[in-house]
Design a protein around this ligand. Structure first.
Ligand code: FE2
Ligand code: FE2
Length: 298
């Protein structure tokens, strides 16, 4: 991936975006139920997952001794909270359409609220559990930055005439993932700079994420108006059409995380992310509303 050319520090801001899903087709990548549902898993996973990020980072914030990093962490929290709310909007739309995602989402909830939630710990044990979860988030953020960079550049989604509102949600979110891709890593290194801590977290994070994704895709395909089961050849076809990332770049990206000199700024392009955010209909509308609000307040 490109080396980042934006050297200066970007102040992270949460954009107060809104989306209208009332006209969203079931197969918002026309004629591509598999790829649609593969990406729909994001809406089932992310609300709970990103709300968990917010809880963990809010708990870690008092431990941050560097004011600039603390500012980044606050910006990260604001952005992730907005991502969770935006994907929740799609989930609510699914419910209104009569799709009951409860049986799947309840498993996701259990994972983030119980298995990875607060524990009754104090002192060193409490800090250890907090840092372990920051390490997990840093590993997941490596994957979300990879996905963000992919969705920003996917010509396949354009060629397939993907629903423009959904494409904007995915690219606005992807752009912010690229924009804030260093924050979780920097927070982790600030709290614990050991290589072993960082890399150890990738080992459980990746298989759990992939298993959840596979189960979510199967769950949604089974509830499609024309139910089907996931097949490897559908995945290969979607990757070939650039409707999802291909295995090669993903594996290379995961391997890069294992390098001792790894830093997220070496992967992905802030320029690409900022350029998209400047044209994103949702981000522009949010900026205009924010500017209008400031004028009123003045
Ligand atoms: Fe996010
Ligand atoms: Fe993120």
């Amino acid at each position: 991936m490109d080396e980042d050319s934006t050297a200066e520090h970007i102040a992270l801001q949460a954009r107060d975006v809104t989306f209208d899903w009332s006209a969203l087709p079931v197969h918002w990548i026309p004629g591509e139920p598999f790829a649609t549902h593969l990406l729909d898993v994001l809406h089932l996973l992310l609300p709970e997952g990103e709300r968990w990020f917010v809880r963990v980072f809010s708990a870690a914030l008092p431990l941050v001794e560097d004011p600039r990093l603390a500012e980044d962490v606050r910006g990260f929290i604001g952005q992730e909270a907005m991502h969770a709310a935006s994907h929740q909007g799609v989930l609510d739309h699914f419910a209104a359409r009569g799709l009951d995602t409860g049986p799947y989402v309840e498993q996701v909830e259990w994972m983030f609220r119980q298995a990875l939630g607060e524990r009754d710990l104090t002192g060193d044990a409490a800090r250890e559990w907090l840092v372990e979860r920051v390490a997990l988030i840093a590993a997941i953020e490596h994957v979300t930055a990879f996905l963000g960079q992919w969705v920003l550049g996917s010509r396949g989604l354009d060629a397939a005439r993907t629903d423009p509102t959904m494409l904007d949600l995915l690219r606005w979110h992807g752009a912010e993932e690229v924009e804030h891709r260093s924050v979780a890593h920097d927070l982790l290194v600030h709290l614990d700079s050991r290589y072993s801590r960082r890399v150890r977290a990738l080992l459980p994070a990746v298989p759990i994420l992939f298993r959840l994704w596979a189960k979510g895709t199967a769950f949604l395909l089974a509830r499609d108006p024309e139910p089907s089961r996931p097949r490897w050849r559908d995945l290969r076809r979607a990757a070939r059409l650039d409707l999802c990332p291909a295995a090669g770049p993903l594996l290379r990206s995961l391997a890069a995380y294992l390098r001792p000199g790894y830093h997220p700024s070496q992967h992905g392009s802030t320029d690409t992310a900022v350029a998209y955010l400047a044209t994103s209909p949702a981000a522009r509308a949010a900026d205009a509303r924010a500017a209008g609000g400031e004028e009123h307040a003045a």
